[in-house]
Design a protein around this ligand. Sequence first.
Ligand SMILES: Nc1ncnc2c1ncn2[C@@H]1O[C@H](COP(=O)(O)OP(=O)(O)OP(=O)(O)O)[C@@H](O)[C@H]1O
Length: 378
Amino acid sequence: MLGGVPRDVLLRPLTRSEVLSVMLRLTVFGAATYYSIKWVVETLDPTQKQKSQAKERSEKLMKQIGVERASLNEYETNVATHLVDPRSIKVTWRDIAGLDDVITEMQDTVILPFQKQHLFQGSRLLQPPRGVLLYGPPGCGKTLIAKATAKASGCRFINLQASTLTDKWYGESQKLTAAVFSLAVKLQPCIIFIDEIDSFLRNRSSLDHEATAMMKAQFMSLWDGLETGANTQVMVMGATNRPQDVDPAILRRMPTTFHVGLPNTAQRQQILRLILSGENLSRAVNLSELAEQTDGYSGSDLRELCREAAMYRVRDYVHMQDMRQIVQQLQLDDHDDEPEEDAQLRPVSQVDLLLGLEKMRESKLATVAAKLGEESLD
Ligand SMILES: Nc1ncnc2c1ncn2[C@@H]1O[C@H](COP(=O)(O)OP(=O)(O)OP(=O)(O)O)[C@@H](O)[C@H]1O
């Protein structure tokens, strides 16, 4: 190939400008190769679109919570898409009824350390808890309390879904787990909230996938790492319906626990009053009677009962309108200039509420029957 080039030209040393020119060409060639390969890899990466969407979303959320110019790696960006702006949370303590004791305790043990950090410094005994667990049956207000806590504390709030960490390729879970803690530290004061923590950090068993076991171990060690930074304001808050299924090692890291149980009669009456507070109620409504009759009902059941009750008057109204139209059509000529009827819904009555209760009972019985049926088939 170089046959035509005279031997002395090949052997003579390169001049300074030739060396520079070769180096320049090599640099340009190297850069072109690097960017071409990067472009091909990015084009072929099926998750590229999700990644750029995550970046956009996390940048927007970070801006909303007042953090600009924080440099986040790819995994922290992914976790940042689960950030919640406390100002956007609608739930306040006033939206929770019958749980005054839990709220007071939450304010003292969780919110106070965030708000009055200086009082808690310098004493190992007064260190705020690194982990808090809310437990109790479904629909009794755990999520409401977590949201109101985030709002009242003004902390940044990472609402972590178990699937964010678990449904990932091997190795990705660990990088995301590390990112949860590093992001929380960057954004502190911060609460990492994990709903249904039992499904995520459940009892370890020999059947656990190796990656899951490693992720759990890593989660715990990063959690312990929070202890070493005395001024670190990061807390993990978990909620579960099944505390017995949570890994005991995790439970030990959540020494502050709040039981949010089924409401008693007085609490049910308070919840009913709160749920119906914006409604037009008939004077004859007796919430104490309803509270007596709803033993075993959660706050969420009571809300559903009230929703049903409120619907009866809407249905009545629609039926009434239909009837009126039929009558009007029949008597069209005679009643041409009759005044328009009142377009208001009637107040919610005690009968509506009792009918709502009846409907709830039926649906609860049907659910129990279906469950028993499933069990007998197993
Ligand atoms: N104490 C309460 N005061 C007012 N509303 C309540 C209360 N408890 C439950 N509710 C109503 O029930 C709904 C569900 O409550 P929430 O999601 O907090 O329950 P949860 O305990 O987190 O349930 P799950 O374990 O199923 O997530 C609330 O949105 C609210 O309407």
